[in-house]
Ligand binder design. Structure first.
Ligand code: ZN
Length: 155
């Protein structure tokens, strides 16, 4: 039997040039080179609309506006994922986004589970009543899609 071939849609094993065609230079730097956008400039830092935040590179749904909170860090922050397994976590010792001093500089990198693109970092200083996690995500790694206006169905 031949190996099951990945469909076009599932394959995110793109070359540098292919990614550069899809992403802006800023997005490429963050998503593919693990860059970090400056704090307080990202377009989703102060976004409060209802909707879902998708991976900018592959469109996978990652975070819901329901779990977004104001962390004061200057980056969009979420205390939970939209779906378990939406991201892959990886220990990260490199410099970039400042870790909270209480964590001794230890950071966990957050990557899209579907396409492997870098999204941001996970810290343990999120809201305690919500589990204490803080997904600190670059705005340019995300693509916000507002929720369709829900019409509550009454029975
Ligand atoms: Zn992705």
């Amino acid at each position: 039997m031949d190996k099951i071939q990945k469909t076009e849609e599932e394959s995110f094993d793109k070359t540098q040039d292919e990614w550069k065609k899809i992403l802006s230079p800023e997005e490429y730097k963050v998503l593919r080179e693990k860059g970090t956008e400056p704090p307080f400039v990202g377009k989703y830092v102060n976004m409060h609309e209802d909707g879902a935040y998708h991976c900018r590179a592959c469109g996978a749904p990652l975070f819901s506006s329901d779990t977004k909170f104001d962390s004061g860090t200057g980056w969009p922050s979420f205390y939970d994922l939209m779906h378990n397994g939406a991201v892959e976590l990886k220990e990260d010792d490199s410099l970039g986004m400042p870790a909270s001093p209480s964590l001794g500089g230890k950071r966990t990198e957050v990557n899209c589970a579907r396409c492997g693109s870098h999204l941001g970092h996970l810290f343990d200083d999120g809201p305690e009543d919500k589990g204490g996690k803080r997904y600190c995500i670059n705005s340019c790694s995300l693509n916000f899609k507002s929720a369709p206006a829900e019409t509550p169905e009454k029975k």
